[in-house]
Each structure stands twice: as structure tokens, then as C-alpha cells.
Ligand binder design. Sequence first.
Ligand SMILES: Cc1cc2nc3c(=O)[nH]c(=O)nc-3n(C[C@H](O)[C@H](O)[C@H](O)COP(=O)(O)O)c2cc1C
Length: 203
Amino acid sequence: MKVLVIYYSTYGNTYKMAKLVAEGVREVKEAEPVIRTVPELIPQSVIESREDMKAGRDMQKDIPLVTLDDFKEAGAIAFGTPTRFGNVSSQLKNQIDQLSSLWLAGELESKPAGVFTSTASLHGGQETTILTLAAPLLHLGMIIVGVPYSVKELFSTQSGGSPYGPGHVAGQDNKREIDQQEAVICRSLGRRLAEIGLLLQRK
Ligand SMILES: Cc1cc2nc3c(=O)[nH]c(=O)nc-3n(C[C@H](O)[C@H](O)[C@H](O)COP(=O)(O)O)c2cc1C
């Protein structure tokens, strides 16, 4: 079963989280991750003028853009976005807003979905972003999956991650590395999506 890990990332933090979520998927026999990104909406001239944005773009240059078939073929989907004013990035939302044909055909109904996000600051809105993105996913008929407290790192994290989903605090310069607790929470979402997706497929 394929688990689609679809994300947007300007500076690379959400991309690194996507790779960790994919690692969790790989821990489950019969599941394989498919990492995909979405079209950039920031003008090229702006990206070219910023070393940090160029570095973020370059590290993702080999990641294919998602297609509607990727959504159709997936047994479960993880959505990753940087937090923008406590909300989902326009780049990821733009892609979700192009899912009408799948929505009308009921293609995504009953597929498990989870959300992960990266913020600059500790209380910058990880939970609001994840819960806000849950709304369109519910419209699409997906089953929202979070991270349960049996993942002990939820108790010990001093930065990102909550029952709503994995989070990373990247810092104001976007350079803070994903720490051990954040990484475990990322992997746990991937594993859980794969396990639940397989269970639902067997029904
Ligand atoms: C327009 C804009 C809005 C942002 N809003 C928030 C915010 O509400 N809370 C926060 O902590 N960080 C905010 N940030 C910082 C990003 O969330 C941060 O850069 C992100 O974690 C980087 O992820 P990436 O490396 O995947 O691009 C904002 C950044 C931009 C450009």
C-alpha cells in the first residue's frame, strides 16, 4: 500500500519532516511512502534574491510534483505545511483546492489522513494549523489521524509535536534542526497512517 506524503516547504524544515514521516511508513510491512511536493507560488525573482530560499529549493529539486493519481493510489495520506499566520501555507492549500474532481467522485473518502507542520516559534500556531487543515480533509471524507500519548515523546517534547500531529520549531532563522522527540513523533505519524490504512483496506 502506498502512503502519500505530500508537503510544501520553503526553507526545507517541512521537507525534512516529510522524510521522517516516510521513515515511519517504511517501518510497516506492506507499506511504502511516496513523497511529493506542490507547485511554488513565491515569484522566482524573490527566491533568487534569498540564499535561504535558494538552499531550501535546491535541497528539494528531485522531489516530483504530486498528481491526482498519487492521491487516488494512496491508502493513506500525510499532509505537511509550514505554519503561515497560524494557518496552512497557500502552496499546499492551492493543491487541496484542486481536488474537486476527486471530492465529487468520493475518491478520498475513508482514507486516513494526518497533518504535520513547522513553525518559527514554540507557540506560533502548530495546533491551529493542523486543526484548520483538518476541515478540508473532513470535507473530502478523510479520517483524521493524530498521535496518541502512547508515543511517550508527547510528554517530554520541549518543542514541536502534539496529539494533533507532529510539529517542529525551526526558530526565527529556520535553522534549528529537528530534535529527537520531534523526529520520533514524525515517524510515529507515518507508522500509524500506514497501519490504519492497511487495516481499512482489509475491510
Ligand atoms: C508569511 C509567513 C507567515 C508565518 N507565520 C508564522 C506563524 O504564524 N507562526 C510561526 O511560528 N511561524 C510563522 N512563520 C514561519 C514559518 O512557519 C517557518 O519559516 C517554517 O517553519 C519554515 O518551514 P519550511 O522550512 O518548511 O519552509 C511564517 C512565515 C511566513 C513567511
